[in-house]
Design a binder for this molecule. Structure first.
Ligand SMILES: [Zn+2]
Length: 137
């Protein structure tokens, strides 16, 4: 039995990844301010979002900026899924990799529907594209 197959069970956050705004400093599309974008924006249209790694839900709720969103913690990593229209999980839930967590939407401060997805390692933001590339290599 190959243990690595179990250890490295993972899913992409969406079935299809199409980047609309990258990680790093940018002019904010709504406010016009030059600010750090701590995640990536992915094209979405009422798409299911998936748990990237197994872990537990540390937040499932709403705020005015990120809209309906979910935080998933997995060891030293944590993942944020923002601007959702539906949330299927509750804070405290344990989830396996690939569990559907919710549906994309345009809640919060957005100019149109997309998934805001961010990855942190030991509380510090990392480039989600680099993280996903390493995961899938
Ligand atoms: Zn974003």
């Amino acid at each position: 039995m190959n243990k690595l197959l179990l250890v490295f069970a993972f899913c992409l956050p969406l079935r299809h990844l199409a980047l609309t705004s990258g990680y790093g400093y940018r002019m904010h599309p709504l406010t016009g301010q030059y600010r750090f974008h701590a995640g990536i924006d992915l094209r979405a249209n009422q798409d299911t979002v998936f748990a990237v790694l197994p872990g537990h839900i540390t937040f499932a709720g709403y705020d005015a900026v990120t809209g309906a969103h979910i935080r998933l913690s997995s060891g030293d990593f944590s993942f944020l899924y923002g601007h959702l229209s539906q949330v299927f999980v509750l804070a405290g839930d344990s989830v396996p990799a690939c569990r559907p967590l919710g549906i994309t939407g345009s809640s919060g401060r957005v100019s149109g529907e997309h998934l805001h997805f961010s990855v942190s390692y030991q509380q510090k933001p990392v480039n989600p594209l680099a993280f996903l590339r390493d995961l899938t290599r």
